[in-house]
Design a protein around this ligand. Sequence first.
Ligand SMILES: *[C@@H]1O[C@H](CO)[C@@H](O)[C@H](O)[C@H]1NC(C)=O
Ligand SMILES: *[C@@H]1O[C@H](CO)[C@@H](O)[C@H](O)[C@H]1NC(C)=O
Length: 283
Amino acid sequence: MSSRRGLHHAAAASGALLLFSASVLLSAVPAARGQQETEREEEFSYSLDAENGPAHWGQIKEEWSACGKGEMQSPIDLAGPRVSLVRILGHLNHSYAPANASIINRGHDIMLRFEGDPGSVSIGGTAYHLRQLHWHAPTEHSVNGRRYDMELHMVHQSAQGKAAVIGVLYEIGARDPFLHMLEPYLEMIAQQRQREEKVGVVDARGARGRASVYYRYVGSLTTPPCAQGVIWTIVKRVRTVSRHQLELLREAVHDDMEKNARPRQEVNSRDISIFRPIQQNRH
Ligand SMILES: *[C@@H]1O[C@H](CO)[C@@H](O)[C@H](O)[C@H]1NC(C)=O
Ligand SMILES: *[C@@H]1O[C@H](CO)[C@@H](O)[C@H](O)[C@H]1NC(C)=O
C-alpha cells in the first residue's frame, strides 16, 4: 500500500513528466553517462500501484525506455538449474583502499559516495573504479526464488563509462560491522532531514568482505535509466544485518516506503555462471 505521501510523490512526478519530456528532446545523453544511475530518484517510485511505479519506469522518460523494453534487465532470480559452474584460479581481484566519503539521501535509498579514490576491481583485464554504494531492502536478486532482507550494491565504473556492480545479500541476524560504523551518520540524516553528511575515511574492504564464490551475469542498473551491459557479481555467501540497522536505513530515507527493491526481470537467453575457486592441494 502506498501512503498519502507516496501518492503525493506520484502526482508531483507525473506533473514533472511533462517538463522533462520537453527537455529530453533538447539534450542528448553523453555516452559516458549512459551507465550511471539517476540522482533525482523522486521521479520514480517502488510502489507497484503508483503511476510512476516499476511497471511504468520505461515510459517516464525517453532515456529510461530500457526499463520497459530492455531484454537484459536486472534484478533476476539466480535459479540453480540454469546456473553453470566456472572454476577459476584465485578470488575476485580488487585494490580497495581507504577514501573520504559522504552519505547521501537520494530520495529512495541511502548512498555512500566516495570523493577520493577508493580503488577498483579487475574484471576481464579492465579496471572498474568504485564510485558509490547503496542499499536495497528486501533484496532485488533472489536465489532459487528466495529473497533475503537487504542487498548492498557496490557500483563501479571503467574509464570508458561501463558499469560493474558487486551485490551482497543479507538476512536479519547479527549486525553488519560496516553499517555499524555508518550508524551515527544514518542517525544524523534520520533526525535532521539533511540530505548529505560527510563521513570521513571509509575502507571499502569492510563492505564486501570475502568473495570467493560468486554469481556472474550481464544485466542492467536496477534503477532508471536501467542501462544495460552492466557486469553483475553477486556474492554467494549471505551475510547478516540487524533489524535495527535495516530500520535506520529506512528512517534515513524519509519516504515512508516499506521497500526499495525493483521486481525481478526476465532472464531471457542470458547465461548465469557461478564462479568457484579451484581447490588448492590439501596436505
Ligand atoms: C587475480 O590476480 C591473480 C594474480 O595477478 C591472477 O593469477 C588471478 O587469475 C586473478 N583472478 C581473477 C579472478 O581474475
Ligand atoms: C580525507 O579528507 C581530509 C580532509 O579534507 C584529508 O586531510 C585527508 O587526507 C583525506 N584522506 C584520504 C584518505 O583521502
